[in-house]
Ligand binder design. Sequence first.
Ligand SMILES: NC(=O)c1ccc[n+]([C@@H]2O[C@H](COP(=O)([O-])OP(=O)(O)OC[C@H]3O[C@@H](n4cnc5c(N)ncnc54)[C@H](OP(=O)(O)O)[C@@H]3O)[C@@H](O)[C@H]2O)c1
Length: 253
Amino acid sequence: MKQPRSIVITGASSGIGEALALLYAGPGTVLALTGRDSARLEAVAERCRAAGARVDAAAIDVADRGAMAEWLARVDAETPVDLLIANAGMSAGTGDGSETEEQARRILAVNVDGVLNSIHPLIPAMRARRQGQIAIMASLAGFRGLPGAPAYCASKAMVRVYGESLRGDLAGEGIGVSVICPGFVKSRMTAVNRFPMPFLMETDAAARVIRRGLERNAARIAFPWPMMAAVWLLALLPPSWTDGVLRRAPRKA
Ligand SMILES: NC(=O)c1ccc[n+]([C@@H]2O[C@H](COP(=O)([O-])OP(=O)(O)OC[C@H]3O[C@@H](n4cnc5c(N)ncnc54)[C@H](OP(=O)(O)O)[C@@H]3O)[C@@H](O)[C@H]2O)c1
């Protein structure tokens, strides 16, 4: 969508979500932003208001299905949503030992259930209007299981494939669906990594790439291209060729 007027962004209290909120903020834009940290979220909301946007900021855990459904219904009733960016997510890995069941379940609750809780409350209304756009934040980490982050990789693979399927399913109803697959982007999530991150991007630059992709309703917004190419090759090669290398790769704490 070229000029979405009403935009929902989950996980807007920092990182890529914050950069997207600031990029879209301007006179005539209505933003609905969520995150859990009210202070950080309100600071982002204030900057967006200063840029001329009308902002509704609500501290909600995306894993809370009822709270998300209630908030999104209110937001859409006030100003029908043109674009939803289901961006909120968390990461953790096996750098401190094997992934616990607890960790795996929490990552899936936020990164998978959280995406479902963000998009489904709006789909019936978009269907009825035969208009709307949904963007799902996946990752280049979702193309091949990495020993350093099992649940994270699985969660991003799930939402990527789900988004690709949804795109075909909803295309005939006037609703666009894009999946976003970034490589490394500077944020609170990557700030904790103690290993080299090839082609690490600034959040503003990532937000601009995402916005350009969404303007042309791209099916997949994957970047930067050298990381995309590396991941594509990794996914293509037989696991027996790549397992050894991946086992030795650094792991996220
Ligand atoms: N940075 C990268 O290299 C990279 C690469 C590929 C994909 N991604 C994806 O991009 C998205 C944004 O990450 P980021 O890099 O910008 O990291 P970030 O700075 O840590 O931002 C994560 C955002 O998600 C929110 N969030 C986390 N758990 C939540 C929950 N349970 N309920 C509601 N909001 C929640 C956070 O809000 P609070 O802090 O207020 O809880 C924050 O606003 C994630 O889905 C991530 O997986 C990032």
